[in-house]
Write a protein of this length. Sequence first.
Length: 228
Amino acid sequence: MANIESKRRVALAALGHVKDGMVIGVGTGSTVSCFIEILGERVREGLKILAVPTSHQSAILLAEQGVPLTTLTEHPSLDLVVDGADEVDLDLNLIKGGGAALTQEKIVASATECLIIIVDSSKVVKRLGETRGVPVEVIPMAWKLVKYKLEKKGAKVVLREGMGKAGPVVTDNGNFILDVNFPEIRNPDNLERELNSIPGIVENGLFVGLAELVYVGNDKDLKVLRKK
């Protein structure tokens, strides 16, 4: 697990891209929470930006830090987006959705040409799917049907249960999350399209070709992965 210094290191690196007058997207997760805290410090020191959050969680954290919020309705094109990831391969493809915010995260990520990902070194893998499954957001009435269709393709599928509550996790969009483990992910691009072609699936946690650069932190230093 990443320590606070590692998270702060990558958060500061991402903050170096944020300039006065920008409209930025802000993701969800523990590493991004560190970024939000530092961003709030800079805003209180005079940095003038607007932020589009990807979840209720990040919206609350941004507001608590005094960062002005806006929406994609008002600003459909963003200067940059800072987000985390659950896995990153060497081609900068991602698995996201551990925090169940994958649909809004992908929408916001698509609104910029500069998606910056901040992670610790444990999130870097040779091939997606090595350490976790692919989160899939589904319409509640269709979850069992989608599970059945994916299991027919050889996947192991689990309905994500809530922590501290009975029943499934419910996303900000009112949907359920399936965590889908495939025997092997050879072509993330094809799999992303294939998943979204199944009726009932709203979006999936494969982010292919979206990240511009990834800051990877560990206990001692910082590594930068750039889009080839």
